[in-house]
Write a protein that binds this ligand. Structure first.
Ligand code: 26W
Length: 824
């Protein structure tokens, strides 16, 4: 593929691997086997694996540069990658070789795996989705690059003190980071602040008014490259994450002014930009530093793409032929005025020309429905930090509003609704509107979500530009979340239908007949049991939590948010506990179950943290009750992350997807559970709708209000206390909390949670309570018949192939990017 001399890959054999590994241990790690720490060994192993992918990476990069195909740049403030070692071993087909090589040296590959600290550079679904997407793009040989931020601290580490969440910094880089390549020589300068100046270019009739940005301060962006290996296809794409540094001017100042302390302070200031991931999920903080982060990484990324990835002298009028910048929610949307600024101010494009190109270079994915999650930036702040960009946004808005008026006449209410600039409660830039105006396409992340975007959130825009709106249902990578996370199931599936499913997940359909094969179902149950055993061991080792091995494993893992309704789940637990303890239910009648929660709350989200405390306190009471604990257990391991998910999801029997209909954009955990043979209890929300349609009503426990029903109730006035008054089971459960049953008799502790449910209950927990309990009764009945249950579980696996992120990528390629895989 290339004339550039390339180092050849190490030999693909146990001996070759051992040789390379020892060389790394000796030459790079500077130690010998008998003296090496686990971390030394892990680092040497990681670098060894890396070497096997290196040639493919260089070849892929060179091919992209030489052939200049249309590419995709995925702009995302978050990439929640998870551990790298296993995925790299899988991609390079080195799993067995590495295990044997390590064993031959008296080392345990499993133990080394556990030494890796996962890069937690994301909050939840949105960040993990980005990681799945780049995996799929690489596996499908699509020329693509991910651009984001190399946070020095990822998502906080969660611990519990007296059942309450305490956050600790996640210094994931402490033990070294063998998967990244720093390129300080490719640093990029990013400007902030200052003011703009008007000037006239040309003379007489040719004179044009132009604007010039005179920045106030600058920082440098240093790229760190990560390999994104395709699954055994000879390709390795790049993820480029930016780290902020002080400019060299700061160093000079030290000499010029002798104010060493001040110069170092300035340096710290610059480097703060990529210091920490904002742990806010769905509630924008409006913090200046966050806007700095957003502009920082997109400015670096556009500069990098134009200067490094395009050939010299490339005619930027044709930029859209080479790239689509996909905006992962609104966080990177400031890239729109940045590209305008580059084209108009730096390249001398006429405004109209620049807008023509810019409009064709961007597409926008929205990941939410909650009004409070739609980002807005105060004009005051944006103008102070990025004065030229604010001017550009105003001009985009002026021209856009002219178009609105030209289409609909002077409907000022409509104009105000659609404006990129909001006037109330303060003047602010609506980033979703800017993205919608600028993007070639706007997509939601599940059918229902995209429909609600069209009908509600962005209805005015959908009326103006119906052709802009489309859907791409989310997906998850089968490599990480089935093949790696569930080796038992993978082996069973491969034995039945071959291994083509790993890159063509629709082939799982071929499993359908096996659902009726008792022997296959037995083996499926054996796999589940073994996965539960793995989980039991993990929780014991990691958290000192003991759970039984042979109960129904009922799992709710996701960020803690009121709309996701962890409270509904804990009310179910409380109700079960109450009915057992009161003698209404005999333990012999109850299907033993272990309820596992995993959830982080945004540190400033008070109610979410109260709910965490409630779950932990209920758990403590239930687990120590001599009778209740025989059939009901609650486990809430702290710090749920990608690594825990990989052991937890394959062990689950029941997947809890119980958000209020119309609030969860898609969900992706729901897909991972179905693919690993858990049955879902869920509302008609997000991608649950599509999961149920595919797996069939008989293999899914649907309950609760539909979105139109919930909207109608909200419209006419929702009264949660009515449900409390009418439903004795609900009343008893809530009264237990209110009376202090789970807080040592102290009624004040969970008063805010109770009064919120009885007062506002924004997400209609009480309205769905009885329906949820009834659905759980159906779950119990179904679980009592292991043959029928495992038949349903196998059908869930067989019919969920649609939820591969490979399929999502095909949809983006066809509907939005109009790019293609690059043939060999
Ligand atoms: C701080 C502002 C802010 C606003 C929104 C931060 C983060 C967000 C995200 C949109 C929240 C998020 O992660 N959304 C989730 O995206 C997933 C991937 O598409 C979906 O599966 C989830 O349903 C959606 O909640």
């Amino acid at each position: 593929m290339t004339d550039t001399p390339l180092i050849t890959s190490p030999e693909h054999s146990v001996e070759g691997f051992v040789r390379e590994f020892l060389r790394e241990l000796n030459f790079t790690q500077g130690t010998v086997l008998e003296r090496a720490s686990t971390n030394d060994t892990y680092l040497a192993l990681a670098r060894t694996v890396r070497h096997y992918l290196m040639a493919r990476w260089m070849e892929t990069t060179t091919a992209h540069y030489r052939r200049q195909p249309k590419a995709v740049a995925y702009l995302s403030a978050e990439f929640l990658l998870g551990r790298q070692l296993d995925n790299a071993l899988l991609a390079a087909d080195l799993e067995e070789i590495a295990a044997e090589a390590m064993a031959s040296l008296g080392l345990d590959l499993d133990e080394l795996r556990q030494a890796e600290v996962e890069p937690g550079l994301g909050n939840g679904g949105l960040g993990r989705l980005a990681a799945c997407f780049i995996d799929s793009l690489a596996t499908m040989s699509v020329p693509a690059i991910g651009y984001g931020i190399r946070y020095e601290y990822g998502i906080f580490r969660q611990t519990f003190v007296d059942g309450r969440q305490v956050e600790e910094p996640d210094h994931w880089l402490d033990n070294g980071s063998p998967w990244e390549f720093a390129h300080p020589e490719h640093e990029v300068t990013v400007s902030f602040g200052g003011h703009t100046e008007k000037y006239t270019e040309g003379e007489g009739d040719d004179a044009v008014e132009r604007s010039r940005w005179v920045p106030g301060w600058q920082v440098l962006g240093v790229p760190y490259n990560y390999m994104v290996p395709g699954y055994r296809n000879g390709r390795v794409n790049t993820l480029r994450l930016w780290s902020a540094r002080a400019t060299h001017a700061f160093d000079l100042k030290i000499f010029n002014y002798g104010d060493y302390a001040e110069a170092v302070r300035a340096q710290t200031f610059a480097e703060n930009i990529s210091k920490v991931l904002y742990p806010e999920d769905s509630t924008p903080q409006g913090k200046e530093l966050r806007l700095q982060q957003q502009y920082f990484f997109v400015a670096c990324s556009l500069r990098d793409f134009i200067d490094q990835l395009l050939p010299e002298g490339f005619d930027l009028h044709r930029l859209h032929e080479r790239i689509c910048f996909q905006l992962n929610d609104t966080h990177p949307v400031i890239a729109v005025p940045e590209l305008m600024r580059i084209l108009v101010d730096e390249q001398g494009f006429a405004w109209e020309e620049a807008w023509e190109v810019t409009r064709r270079c961007f597409a926008y994915t929205c990941h939410t429905l909650l009004p409070e999650a739609l980002e807005v930036w105060p004009v005051e702040l944006l103008g102070r930090l990025l004065p030229r960009h604010l001017e550009i946004i105003y001009r985009i808005n002026d021209e856009f509003l002219d178009e609105v008026r030209a289409t609909y006449g002077d409907d000022e209410l409509l104009v105000r609704r659609m404006s990129i600039i909001a006037e109330h409660p303060f003047r602010a830039v609506r980033m979703a509107h800017l993205a919608t105006v600028a993007g070639t396409r706007v997509n939601g992340v599940a059918e229902l979500h995209s429909q609600l975007l069209r009908d509600k959130v962005l209805a005015d825009f959908a009326r103006l530009w119906p052709e802009k709106f489309t859907n791409v249902t989310n997906g998850v990578t089968p490599r990480r979340f089935v093949r790696l996370a569930n080796p038992g199931l993978s082996a069973l599936v491969t034995e039945a239908i071959g291994d083509g499913w790993v890159t063509d997940l629709d082939r799982l359909r071929e499993l359908e007949p096996f659902a009726d094969d008792p022997e296959f179902r037995r083996r499926f149950r054996d796999v589940k049991a073994a996965n539960k055993q793995r989980l039991v061991e993990l929780l014991e080792r990691r958290d000192g939590i003991e759970i039984p091995t042979d109960t129904m494993l009922d799992v709710m893992v996701k960020r803690l948010h009121e709309y996701k309704r962890q409270t509904l789940k804990i009310l179910h637990v409380i109700s079960l506990y109450d009915r057992i303890v009161s003698g209404e239910l005999d333990v012999a009648e109850v299907v033993p179950r272990t309820v596992v929660f995993g959830a982080k709350a945004a540190p400033g989200y008070v109610m979410a943290k109260e709910i965490i405390a409630l779950i932990n306190h209920v758990g403590a009471v239930v687990n120590s009750h001599p009778v209740a604990s025989q059939v009901l257990r609650v486990a809430f391991p702290a710090n749920y992350d990608v690594t825990v998910a990989e052991t937890l999801i394959p062990a689950a029997d029941l997947s809890e997807q119980i958000s209020l209909a119309g609030k969860e954009a898609s969900g992706t955990g729901n897909m991972k559970f179905a693919l690993n043979g858990a049955l879902t209890i869920g509302t008609d929300d997000g991608a649950n709708v599509e999961i149920r349609q595919l797996v069939g009503d008989d293999n899914f426990f649907l309950f609760g209000l539909t979105e139109p029903e919930a909207a109608a109730i909200a419209e006419t006035g929702y009264r949660p206390s009515a449900y409390y008054e009418e439903n004795p089971v609900l009343r008893r459960a809530l009264d237990l909390v209110a009376r202090g049953e789970f807080s040592g008799g102290d009624r004040s502790v969970f008063e805010p949670v109770v009064s919120n449910l009885l007062g506002e209950d924004r997400f209609m927990v009480l309205a769905d309570f009885q329906a949820y309990l009834d659905a759980q009764d159906r779950v119990e009945a179904a679980y009592r018949d292991p043959e029928a249950w495992s038949r349903s579980a196998v059908l869930n696996v067989a019919r969920s192939g649609f939820f591969s992120s490979d399929r999502s990528m095909r949809d983006y390629l066809d509907r939005i990017w109009h790019a293609e895989p690059l043939a060999d």
